[in-house]
Design a protein around this ligand. Structure first.
Ligand SMILES: [Zn+2]
Ligand SMILES: [Zn+2]
Length: 100
């Protein structure tokens, strides 16, 4: 993973989960993976720091009941891209080929 992005995420989050603020076993999460094009989809907005519970727990993004949090993060990211001035097509591309 790009070191500059990791650094930016660590600085922004101060090492705390960006959902709940917990410092417990924090890990980097890619909000959009962009099948096979991970590099192009990787930026400081599409990558966040999550604690183990918000990442891998039942209600974590990858958890059994994590659909809601996953969608929430994707919608927030999409909104961020629109706020940054990207066109609808650009945002769709950045979101991995669809809008949420
Ligand atoms: Zn958390
Ligand atoms: Zn993840």
């Amino acid at each position: 993973m790009n070191k500059k992005i990791v650094q930016a995420v660590q600085e922004r989050s101060k090492g705390l989960c960006e959902i709940c603020g917990s410092p417990y076993m924090t890990q980097i999460h890619h909000i959009v993976k962009g099948k096979g094009k991970r590099r192009e989809h990787e930026n400081k907005y599409s990558v966040i720091l999550l604690c183990w519970d918000c990442h891998m727990g039942n209600k974590g993004v990858h958890g059994r009941d994590g659909r809601e949090l996953d969608l929430y993060l994707k919608k927030k990211l999409q909104e961020k891209y629109f706020n940054l001035g990207y066109t609808e097509n650009e945002v769709r591309e950045k979101m991995g080929g669809k809008l949420y």
